[in-house]
Design a protein around this ligand. Structure first.
Ligand code: PGA
Length: 250
């Protein structure tokens, strides 16, 4: 019932020309997919061009972040309406790199999430623990707290548009993936939290992606877990052949 969402987070990679080349290769190799959803999140500078290329195409467009105000004197920030204007339907919020390098707190993530929802952008809210937190047995409590804080004041109706991405920080860009069992256990804990907050019906309809060194050779096993509903892919989404293999997981 949950349509798997395979999303490429391109981070700070690709000029506009390179982005166009990658998207053209993805469109050429995608084929017909009726049982899954595909999304790319290029850097801001490429969104307009890629948005035009993807109009009426089976790949969606997302932003890597969003600011919470509609307009104003916020140098360097991008408003949700601006993202809608270039064709985005999703926005990532709370990526661990935003939390680590740009100071995004749970409260800020919550504000961004509400701004996205208010403007018809579906938020992909990232959560995940660090290595020391996992090693000291705090992984689940940290992640559950991030989920609760990030989703503060979200209604059941709004929750239908939200995607959660569980991305253990120690697995991002390291080649070190969570085992499918560990990932499944955390996804189940997240879904239980969603059940506490929104009820079982809503919780069972929300997609929870896994992210952190998802690759062609581990995607099938990860996706076979009952509570893993997609992947948020960094490094392996930068090349058409590897992202296409991930999209075509079995
Ligand atoms: P990675 O990044 O696939 O390169 O580990 C995932 C992410 O940060 O979303």
């Amino acid at each position: 019932m949950r349509v798997p969402l395979l999303a490429g987070n391109w981070k700070m990679y690709k000029t506009v020309g390179e982005a166009v080349e990658l998207v053209e290769a993805l469109l050429a190799g995608l084929g017909t997919l009726s049982d899954r959803e595909v999304l790319v999140c290029p850097p801001y500078t490429a969104l307009d061009r890629i948005g035009a290329l993807l109009s009426e195409k089976p790949i969606g467009l997302g932003a890597q972040d969003v600011f919470y105000e509609a307009e104003g004197a916020y140098t360097g920030a991008i408003a949700p309406q601006m993202l809608r204007d270039v064709g985005c339907t999703y926005a990532i919020v709370g990526h661990s790199e935003r939390r680590q390098y740009f100071g995004d707190t749970d409260a800020l993530v919550n504000r961004k999430l509400h701004a996205a929802l208010a403007n018809d952008l579906r938020p992909i809210m990232c959560v995940g623990e660090s290595k020391p937190q996992r090693d000291s047995g705090q992984a689940e409590s940290i992640v559950v707290a991030q989920v609760r804080a990030g989703l503060a004041n979200v209604t059941v109706a709004q929750m239908q548009s939200v995607v959660i991405a569980y991305e253990p920080i120690w697995a991002i860009g390291t080649g070190d993936t969570a085992t499918p069992d560990d990932a499944q256990a955390m996804h189940a804990a997240i879904r239980k939290t969603l059940t506490d907050l929104f009820g079982v019906e809503t919780a069972s309809s929300v997609r929870i992606q896994y992210g952190g060194s998802v690759k062609p050779d581990n995607v099938d096993e990860l996706m076979s877990q009952p509570d893993i509903d997609g992947a948020l892919v960094g490094g392996a989404s930068l090349k058409a052949d590897s992202f296409l293999r991930i999209v075509h997981f079995q």
